[in-house]
Design a protein around this ligand. Structure first.
Ligand code: ATP
Length: 895
């Protein structure tokens, strides 16, 4: 039989959507209880793993080719052609060698960055809920096979193409497949065989997202056989590693190139006209100028720093889904966080029960016992958490932590949850939703039906008109119950109201209208979910770093405020509620968003409005979310943060960062890393720019004054592409500065080079220029060989870079201390590499041929060392001066 349906499946166009659910099940040789484990293995073997082809990565050749696709490289290649035409073969060779080395370095580094990103995506392996052998299981989505029974819940990504066998209010967002963004309502009836993809209402397709309702389907196609697998053009999208910063740099590079070419041409013209230099020599000078001024190595350094950052973030449990987020993280000014599970531990225990006969504390001598029985039975039915009874291990309860707490309570007062569930089978349900905030289940009670509802007191109590007591039911005093709820909430407890309705005759319709009404209230349950200790520390750290923290929760306004106080979010006694937000005009809304810290009973739509209001106040917003409906707010936020454990696929797909541990402290750690990464990029830029400026000026001055070029174009290429890059790379590994989380966030509008730092670049460049020129002129004056003088000039320039590297490790603080000198071993390592490289450059015969260098003596080295050392004094002096200015302005602000 298995052979037959194998043939069926390979016949790609079996129109399962046009068959009945039963026909599909039998056609696939399975049942609603799912496949048996042995059959699963057989099918896995036959159909292979259920993997969607990953987005296509660029081929090696494409990646290599893209390294040459750069204006500067074109300029260099043009220069190589002209030098070749002029017969300057060595220059041609060196230019080409440098271009190739640069491309190879770029290629390798980009490859590493891409691999790092791909590996991180691997951490986000999707899961699927299936029914196999009658048991519900959560499995790795790659293990799904045709014939599996897939369970669909809101927020989940459909793991394979399924023919639906049940669908309750099921709606699916198929935009990934059809481009249609309005969710499609699904049903189980067969549709016409020739229906288009969007009209196959009896199917759910791999890669689409469940937005509402529940459903169960039988898998008809996996992996490449799915509709998604067949849409090749979608998967052909090439991923690129680019961020606003990289684009900014790219644009800057192009603008710079134009200016440089113009300056080069003018300088060359001036050389020919004023000093009668030969056009060939002037052409070489112009090429040198172009090469000198452009920081060729910078884009590679930035990419590498970002890629290293992604790895460091992953090590701290923050998985980056989109590279630009790494940059944005460092600029975050407000974090809007969920409460449950992110700020709190999500380890829940029932603490108090409010029943008609009074308040009971759970777990002490006056335990509720018998009085709690009706409530315990009701929650046994109105929960989805699963109970496993094991002879050895006792009972294990798994599922939503709040439901787990409820079932522990039920078991502790003597309700056998499984037995109860078998006696009163569930016939219908309204799943919990953060919009209506309750869950209802309908059970067959033998003679009639039994409806159980549990949810937020504000959502449930108004649906009740009576209260259950030992002796029947009495009229409900709604105000009194709301007061009870507030008192419990003020203790930071999470609340739940439980209610029921029984009918001895006929059936109840629970769907439609405004939901269940005329209920009998059984009681209130108060659950403790303490704040995470590390979240308290992280909130404090964020606030010190000038980042506001706001709590946005679905919980009760008073509970939320109480937890907020424990977390150090301020002293509000009642959070702003979603209803209150709803009633506000735009101005009040914005002011409230700015000033208040705790937002309660908030629905996902309010979250979106809150993000927008904060952004209109020039805030950079990080927002957490886990539900399906959080997707718009996550997309809108500057950094959308989703949960790796508790969240839905829908939320993860819309987020930039996924928290592997669902922990608020991880957001703070990620911001910390984001700031370090950005700092390191700025440090690289501040390090590299002075060398470029100094070299370019050196050439311009030489030509205008009419002296020999102190360094040749190929020597400049060496300095820019080999020494500067190697040294700057060490800054990508720079550890955090002491004050990273003690200063305010950088302004999102801030320029790449922080204000005041431009002066440092110019000062250092001027010193490099003066020192190198002075050494060169002195050697010339002493009548030494030109090539020897140039060798010394290049070595002086490189030593300037080496000394300056120490200072560049710190943006503001002094580097003249132990940690400043030895705190980053990559700095020492890269300096060692450069010393070896310079010795080779100076003494190795092949290098002497290529770069026209000559051996120099010990006294020359000493001279270069002494001339270059003052760069540390200048850079550190500038820092000290800046620090004094800051102190002064801070003091004057205070007084
Ligand atoms: P956060 O948004 O910070 O995660 P939350 O988990 O409290 O907070 P929701 O999940 O929207 O937010 O829950 C809001 C309220 O709905 C809860 O306080 C509780 O009263 C009720 N509730 C939560 N889960 C369920 C459930 N499974 N069944 C019934 N009611 C629930």
């Amino acid at each position: 039989m298995a052979g037959d349906n194998g043939a069926n499946l390979r016949e790609a166009e079996t129109a399962w959507h046009a068959q009945t659910a039963e026909a599909t099940l039998s056609g696939l040789a399975t049942s609603a209880d799912g496949l048996e484990p042995a059959e699963v293995e057989t099918r896995l073997e036959r159909y292979g793993e259920n993997r969607q082809r990953p987005p296509r990565r660029r081929s090696r050749l494409e990646r290599l080719a893209s390294q040459f696709h750069n204006l500067l490289i074109y300029l260099l290649l043009l220069a190589a052609m002209i030098t070749a035409a002029l017969g300057h073969w060595i220059d041609t060779g060196v230019i080409i060698a440098v271009v190739v080395i640069n491309a190879v370095i770029g290629y390798i580094q980009e490859g590493k960055a891409e691999t790092a990103m791909a590996a991180i995506r691997g951490l986000l392996a999707p899961e699927a809920s299936v029914r196999r052998g009658g048991q519900r299981q959560n499995i790795d989505a790659t293990r799904v096979v045709p014939g599996d029974i897939l369970i669909l819940e809101p927020g989940a990504k459909v793991a394979a193409d399924v023919r639906l066998i049940t669908a309750r209010g099921l709606a699916v967002d198929e935009s990934a497949l059809t481009g249609e963004s309005v969710p499609v309502n699904k049903q189980v009836d067969a549709v016409a065989a020739n229906a288009g993809l969007g009209d196959r209402l009896s199917m759910a397709f791999a890669g689409t997202l469940v937005t509402a309702g529940e459903g169960v389907g039988v898998v008809v196609a996996t992996a490449e056989q799915t509709q998604l697998g067949r849409v090749t053009e979608m998967l052909a999208q090439v991923e690129t590693l680019t961020t606003p910063l990289l684009r900014h740099l790219d644009r800057l590079g192009r603008q710079l190139a134009v200016i440089i070419v113009a300056t080069g041409a003018l300088t060359a013209l001036a050389g020919v006209l004023l000093h009668g230099f030969s056009p060939v020599a002037m052409f070489m000078a112009a090429v040198g100028l172009a090469v000198a001024a452009i920081p060729e190595g910078l884009p590679a350094i930035v990419t590498i720093t970002l890629a290293l950052g992604v790895r460091r973030l992953a090590a701290r449990n923050a998985i980056v889904r989109r590279l630009p987020a790494v940059e944005t993280l460092g600029a975050v000014t407000v974090i809007c966080s969920d409460k449950t599970g992110t700020l709190t531990r999500n380890e829940m225990t029932v603490q108090e029960l409010q029943l008609a006969d009074g308040l009971h504390t759970v777990g002490d001598a006056a335990a509720p016992g018998g009085a709690a029985m009706p409530l315990a039975r009701a929650v046994a039915l109105c929960t989805d958490a699963a109970v496993q009874r094991d002879q050895a291990a006792g009972i294990g309860i798994s599922g939503d932590p709040m439901e787990v707490a409820l079932l522990h309570l039920a078991e502790s007062v003597g309700v056998d949850v499984e037995d109860w569930r078998t006696r009163y089978p569930r016939v219908d349900s309204i799943p919990f939703d953060s919009g209506h905030r309750y869950m209802a289940t309908l059970h067959d009670s033998g003679q009639g039906q039994w409806l159980v509802v549990k949810g937020a007191p504000e959502a449930v109590v108004p649906r009740c008109d009576r209260v259950l007591t030992d002796s029947g039911t009495v009229a409900l005093d709604e105000q009194a119950w709301h007061r009870h709820a507030e008192q419990m909430a003020a203790r930071g407890l999470r609340l739940l109201a439980v209610a029921e309705r029984r009918s001895d005759d006929g059936t109840m319709a629970i769907h439609g209208g405004d939901g269940p009404t005329a209920l009998v209230l059984i009681g209130l349950v108060a659950i403790i979910d303490p704040p995470r200790p590390e979240a308290i520390a992280a909130v404090a750290a964020s606030q010190r770093a000038g980042i506001q923290v706001k709590m946005i929760t679905g919980d009760h306004a008073v509970t939320a405020a109480a937890i907020g106080r424990q977390l150090g979010l301020g002293d509000e006694t009642r959070g702003v509620t979603g209803d209150e937000l709803e009633a506000m005009d735009d101005d009040t809304f914005r002011r409230t968003a700015r000033e208040r810290k705790v937002f309660a009973r908030v629905s996902p739509a309010h979250k979106l409005r809150l993000v927008e209001a904060l952004q209109s106040d020039a805030h950079v917003v990080a927002m957490t979310g886990d539900g399906v409906n959080d997707a718009p707010a996550l997309k809108r936020a500057d950094v959308g943060v989703s949960m790796g454990r508790g969240g839905t696929d829908a939320a993860r797909e819309s987020s930039e960062i996924v928290l592997a541990d669902d922990n608020f402290a991880t957001i703070e750690a990620a911001i910390h890393e984001g700031r370090v990464i950005y700092d390191n990029i700025v440090k690289s830029i501040l390090f590299i720019l002075p060398t470029n400026a100094a070299q370019a000026l050196l050439l311009v001055i030489a030509v205008l004054v009419g002296i020999m070029l102190p360094v040749t174009p190929v020597q400049i290429l060496w300095v820019n592409m080999i020494t500067a890059v190697t040294l700057a790379l060490a800054l990508a590994f720079e550890p955090a500065e002491d004050d990273v989380m003690a200063r305010p966030p950088r302004s999102a509008a801030a320029t790449l080079i922080p204000s005041g730092m431009g002066v440092r670049v110019l000062l250092v460049a001027a010193l490099m220029l003066a020192g190198t020129l002075a050494v060169f002129l002195r050697e010339q004056a002493l009548g030494r060989d030109l090539a020897e003088a140039r060798t010394l000039a290049v070595n002086t320039l490189v030593l300037f870079e080496v000394w300056y590297l120490f200072s560049a490790r710190r943006l503001q603080t002094s580097a003249l201390n132990r940690s400043g000198l030895s705190g980053n071993r990559y700095v020492l390592l890269s300096i060692a590499v450069i010393i070896v490289a310079q010795l080779a450059f100076t003494y190795a015969p092949p290098m002497q041929v290529l770069f026209d260098t000559r051996p120099i003596g010990a006294s020359d080295w000493l001279l270069a060392l002494v001339v270059s050392l003052p760069v540390v004094v200048v850079a550190e002096g500038h820092k000290a001066w800046q620090r004094r200015c800051h102190r002064r302005s801070a003091e004057s602000m205070r007084s």
